[in-house]
Write a protein that binds this ligand. Structure first.
Ligand code: F6P
Length: 362
């Protein structure tokens, strides 16, 4: 191994730069390899001329990548080489361009930092045979299979928890029900983790059906106990009562009914006679300084990913399980997204606290 690449793929999150930093430190500092940072995800390898930048340890003296949010390499959401959307609307297979780009740069390995979708693409590319790659899981949604944590999740949960702390004060002052819409397209990990930590009364997740009566009952109980305000956390992927998606497109923030938060706000005001307000946190959850846990995870993942390349153990993803970093074959990852178990420990804990989390499945 002499030269490797690193790229970030899909939606950004806090901690990506910390992974890039760790990869460079391990590869350049420990192994003496060259590291090329591929720009704008898969595009950097598909575009001609190729787009990349050489990473070296000096880069870190002026730019504090451990602490910086976002990704210095840039990223794109719509960069699937197998189904690439062209400007004229056609979808084409550009995977050969990607593989050719890899060879032109004379890479011996590539670290791909991505979410559930990116890991699928990674597996497809690995299956083509001629390029060696390893994955590092990142996503604020924390829905990548085979890892307990993905980079970015912890920071997002901290942001949501802080938002609930702030909303609680204003909710109490005005005797209102505050609805906080958070990210989480397929899975409610952010909602349930931050909802418990932030003292929510209702937590709605895409995995469980809910009823207006269930929500109203919880609010009436809170009021009967002498508290005139309540906090509700709802994941963006939660459907309307009629089963329709409230968010039509996740890219560009197009919504129906103004999103699920706004939809519920009206229904809950009608059902309870209480004043409601809605806050959509959106991309605030993705930016900012990474938490301690995300920095640790990113650093340990980055080192392990480079070690995998050194051993030529390609087609694997680094993962966090049982208090440590391990690696798993991509086949184990590509069965996701990893969703909440209806009777898993966190939803049960929420129920134990009296939080309404939707209808209890049989
Ligand atoms: O998958 C991560 C995520 O943050 C989702 O929770 C959200 O639906 C989506 O990305 C938004 O992506 P974008 O607005 O960047 O297209």
């Amino acid at each position: 191994i002499r030269r490797i690449g690193v790229l970030t793929s899909g939606g950004d999150c806090a901690g990506l730069n910390a992974v890039i930093r760790a990869v460079t430190h391990r590869a350049v500092g420990s192994y003496g390899w060259k590291v090329l940072g591929i720009l704008d995800g898969t595009l950097g390898l598909m575009d001609r001329p190729l787009r990349y930048t050489e990473m070296d340890l000096d880069l870190f003296s002026g730019r504090d990548l451990l602490r910086a949010g976002g990704t210095v390499l840039g990223t794109v959401n719509k960069g699937d080489p197998f189904a690439f959307p062209m400007p004229d609307g056609k979808v084409v297979d550009r995977s050969l361009d990607f593989v050719d780009g890899f060879h032109r740069l004379e890479l011996d390995g590539l670290v791909v930092i991505g979410g559930d979708g990116s890991m699928r693409i990674l597996k497809q590319l690995c299956d083509k045979g001629s390029i060696g790659m390893v994955g590092v899981p990142k996503t604020i949604d924390n829905d990548v299979e085979a890892t307990e944590y993905a980079v970015g999740f912890s920071t997002a949960v901290n942001v949501v928890t802080e938002a609930l702390d702030r909303l609680q004060a204003t909710a109490a002052s005005h005797h209102r029900v505050m609805i906080l819409e958070v990210m989480g397209r397929d899975a409610g990990h952010i909602a349930v983790n931050a909802g418990i930590a932030g003292g929510a009364d209702v937590i709605l997740v895409p995995e469980l059906p809910y009823s207006l009566e269930g929500i109203a009952q919880r609010i009436r109980k809170v009021q009967a106990e002498g508290r005139s305000h309540a906090l509700i956390v709802v994941a963006e992927g939660v459907k309307t009562l009629g089963g329709e998606a409230a968010t039509v497109s996740h890219s560009g923030g197009q919504t129906r009914y103004g999103g699920i938060g706004a939809y519920l706000s009206e229904r809950i005001a009608e059902a309870t006679g209480t004043e409601t307000r809605v806050t959509i946190l959106g991309h605030v959850q993705r930016g900012g300084v990474p938490s301690m846990r995300d920095r640790l995870l990113a650093s340990a993942f980055g080192v392990h990913a480079v070690d995998l390349i050194a051993q030529r153990r390609f087609g694997r993803m680094v993962a966090w399980q049982n208090r440590g970093v391990i690696d798993v074959p991509l086949e184990e990852v590509c069965v996701g997204p990893r969703c909440l178990e209806p009777h898993g420990p966190l939803l049960n804990a929420a129920r134990g606290l009296g939080i309404y989390v939707g209808e209890v499945p049989p």
